[in-house]
Design a protein around this ligand. Structure first.
Ligand SMILES: NC(=O)c1ccc[n+]([C@@H]2O[C@H](COP(=O)([O-])OP(=O)(O)OC[C@H]3O[C@@H](n4cnc5c(N)ncnc54)[C@H](OP(=O)(O)O)[C@@H]3O)[C@@H](O)[C@H]2O)c1
Length: 342
């Protein structure tokens, strides 16, 4: 079977390799499910952060963690719905990916039953592959900042993987949502039904624009999926005194993001720190969040907008083109790789 993996740090085009003759996984144990992978959901965190981590022992990491596919066989101690051919999806454990190299970019996949969910009828297979990571991150952002009915929320980066879900989940809980995007992404963001859209390019610098427009009607919460430090620095002008600034983005690079996080958490207001609560959002994936997302999908309150689908059966370069798109910072919704033929 085919496996796409890397064993040194670098850009996907330099380090990611296709291995075409790897052995098939063994038959599943009692609590495992063997899956034929159809699609893989791409997330910038992997090429941006994990692929760039030092890897002194040359550990092999199989790329990416979110997938959809069809059940080949399931152990006796798994959900009775996991019958042969059943459409399933989910995400492999991200810590096992980082520390042991487990990943999903391979034709067949052996997973613990806790990492497998039945694809709801509302989702196509490509869409299901793009739900788990960004969807749970967005849900976590909404939950930890306690956004509820009537909360006023600014979503920065509403057209990206996490942003598309932030807007929809905030609307599902009844919040008033102002979403940022550029003209190129307006159509997509409009389809998510925010209450207002701010064009971050036309209205640059964004912090000045928000200060001018929203000082008299400030936000209770800012969900920043991009990671713009200046937006936080100036937030007292448009975020209520008890408001929360939650950041999941790392567009400025891992080291700048870590430095900013330390500063934002530790710099006391008395010594000039920004007088607003700041949080870095890190989201361990779990069943509780996934089940909530599935409820929202089934209720028609969230959908999974797809930016592009890259079919690896059409050429070896497709995988690199998918990563180029992910790293372009221009994707509108989720980038998906298709593994299954047909
Ligand atoms: N995906 C995940 O599961 C996940 C989880 C945790 C953290 N993160 C981190 O979150 C960040 C974003 O990842 P993502 O997958 O959500 O996004 P993404 O797919 O990379 O976002 C691309 C979108 O962001 C928009 N954008 C770019 N710069 C912007 C800006 N300055 N202001 C507003 N919008 C802007 C672009 O719109 P235009 O083309 O219209 O400008 C484009 O539609 C990354 O640093 C990633 O590492 C992602």
């Amino acid at each position: 079977m085919r496996v796409w993996s890397y064993n040194r740090r670098g850009q996907p085009r330099e380090v990611l390799k296709l291995h075409e003759t790897r052995p098939l996984p063994p038959l599943p144990r009692q609590d495992q499910v063997l899956i034929k992978v159809h699609h893989v959901g791409m997330n910038p965190s992997f090429p941006d952060i994990v692929m760039r981590m030092v890897n002194p022992w040359g550990m092999e990491r199989i790329a990416e963690i979110e997938y959809s596919g069809a059940v080949i066989a399931a152990g006796s101690d798994t959900d009775s719905l996991f019958t042969k051919g059943r459409a399933v999806f989910g995400a492999a454990n991200d810590q096992k990916h980082i520390w042991f190299g487990e990943g999903v970019m391979q034709d067949y996949l052996l997973l613990n039953k806790n990492e497998v969910y039945v694809v709801p009828q509302e989702l196509k297979m490509a869409e299901a592959a793009g739900l788990s990571c960004a969807g749970q991150t967005a849900l976590n952002m909404v939950q930890v900042t306690r956004i509820t009915k009537g909360s006023r929320v600014f979503v920065n980066g509403a057209s990206g993987g996490v942003g598309i879900f932030c807007v929809q989940i905030c609307k599902a809980v009844g919040a008033y949502v102002v979403a940022s995007c550029s003209e190129q992404s307006r159509q997509l963001v409009e389809s998510l039904n925010p209450d207002e859209i701010v064009d971050y390019r036309v209205n640059a610098p964004l912090a000045d624009y928000l200060a001018h427009e929203y000082q008299s009607r400030p936000f209770d919460t800012i969900l920043d999926t991009i990671g713009i430090q200046d937006l936080y620095n100036q937030s007292p002008q448009y975020l209520t005194a008890k408001g929360i600034y939650a950041n999941a983005g790392a567009y400025s690079g891992i080291w700048t993001t870590i430095f900013s996080a330390i500063k934002n958490y530790c710099w006391p207001t008395l010594l000039g720190g920004t007088p607003r609560k700041w949080m870095m959002i890190r989201t361990p994936l779990d069943r509780e969040k996934m089940e909530r997302l599935l409820q929202l999908i089934e209720a028609g309150q969230i959908k999974v907008p797809i930016d592009s689908i890259w079919d690896v059966n059409e050429g070896k370069d497709q995988i690199y083109k998918a990563y180029d798109r992910v790293l372009s910072q221009r994707a509108k919704g989720k980038v998906i790789v298709k593994l299954v033929e047909g």
